[in-house]
Design a protein around this ligand. Structure first.
Ligand code: 3PG
Length: 306
């Protein structure tokens, strides 16, 4: 089988070496399309692929239609808002993700960003400590759980809201679990977002919610830009001169935000949450193994479009 890895943001070389080993030792061939700049490059590369591995690369209906032989696509990572699942289902293509494989990298970045903002973006001046402060985890999935665990090492008080996870599960981890999202925002000095981007969550982080945060509040977004109402964020930072926003997924109005609120805003130049050798290896190798097992045994664990 021809397995294409198409990554606009390539995997580390060690991850590619591992992916190649898994694929070739099972009698398949690996093809690479890395750092491509035009969607048309993906359209032609996918034409004769039997399987596809991507990261945040957009697998649109057009890509699926161009992929005449495709049987499986694996998003090496957690969020699958870049996959057109309906288009995959229509063509009987199995779509999967690799949940949990890059979570630690993202969780470590969250705490790094919090320290960075607390210390005036590593500039001179009096900063603040995380110890004793309240951190709200908005969605207690793989990343949220790890953020909670690391934050406890900083001696933070950790709160969480997740309507899909039993309160007892969170409480067993020593977390204060709240029943509604408003309680999370109105109590926590820091809120870290770990919600996916979907029809329910897009633009859900709005002025009303953020304005509930206590004085000096800081929102950390390593999830998706689409969950933020960007006009509301601008309005909030204008009104609440005490609040900060730090993100790994820059909003489209980042230039204006930086110009107006430089000391209170930070965005990484490019999404780096999962950009560690370890996360690349974990997610990349998991994707390769899932494809090999699918062709070998029909294994559809982690299928998203069941
Ligand atoms: C994910 O959903 O797994 C993360 O956002 C990582 O995305 P990336 O593979 O584009 O770095």
């Amino acid at each position: 089988m021809k397995i294409l890895t198409a990554t606009e943001k390539p995997f580390a070389k060690t991850a590619i070496d591992g992916i190649r080993k898994i694929i070739e030792s099972s009698g398949h061939q690996l093809y690479l399309l890395e750092k491509y700049t035009e969607a048309s490059q993906l359209l032609s590369a996918v034409a004769d692929a039997d399987a596809l591995i991507v990261r945040s690369d957009k697998v649109t209906k057009q890509v699926i239609e161009a992929a005449g032989k495709l049987k499986i696509v694996v998003r090496a990572g957690a969020g699958f808002d870049n996959l057109d699942l309906d288009a995959c289902t229509e063509k009987n293509i199995v779509a999967m993700n690799t949940p949990g494989q890059n979570s630690n990298a993202v969780a470590e970045l969250v705490l790094g960003l919090m320290v960075f903002m607390n210390r005036n973006k590593f500039n001179a001046g009096t900063g603040a400590e995380l110890k004793g402060k309240k951190l709200g985890i908005h969605a207690y999935g793989n990343v949220g759980r790890l953020v909670a665990r690391i934050a406890k090492g900083f001696d933070m008080q950790v709160w969480a809201f997740d309507p899909f996870i039993k309160k007892e599960t969170m409480q067993a981890d020593g977390i204060t679990a709240v029943d509604n999202v408003e309680d999370l925002y109105s109590n926590c000095d820091y809120v870290s977002l770990h919600i996916p981007a979907n029809d329910k969550t897009k633009k859900s982080i709005n002025f009303k919610l953020l304005d509930l945060m206590p004085k000096g509040g800081c929102l950390i977004n390593t999830a998706r830009r689409e969950v933020i109402d960007e006009d509301d964020l601008m309005k909030l930072l204008e009104k609440r001169t005490d609040m900060k926003y730090v993100t790994d997924v820059a909003p489209s109005n980042i230039a204006e935000l930086q110009q107006k609120f430089d000391a209170r805003i930070f965005a990484t130049p490019k999404k780096i949450g999962a950009e560690t050798a370890e996360a690349n290896i974990n997610a990349g190798l998991a994707a390769a193994n899932q494809i090999v097992n699918f062709f070998k045994n029909g294994d559809t664990t982690f299928q998203l479009n069941k």
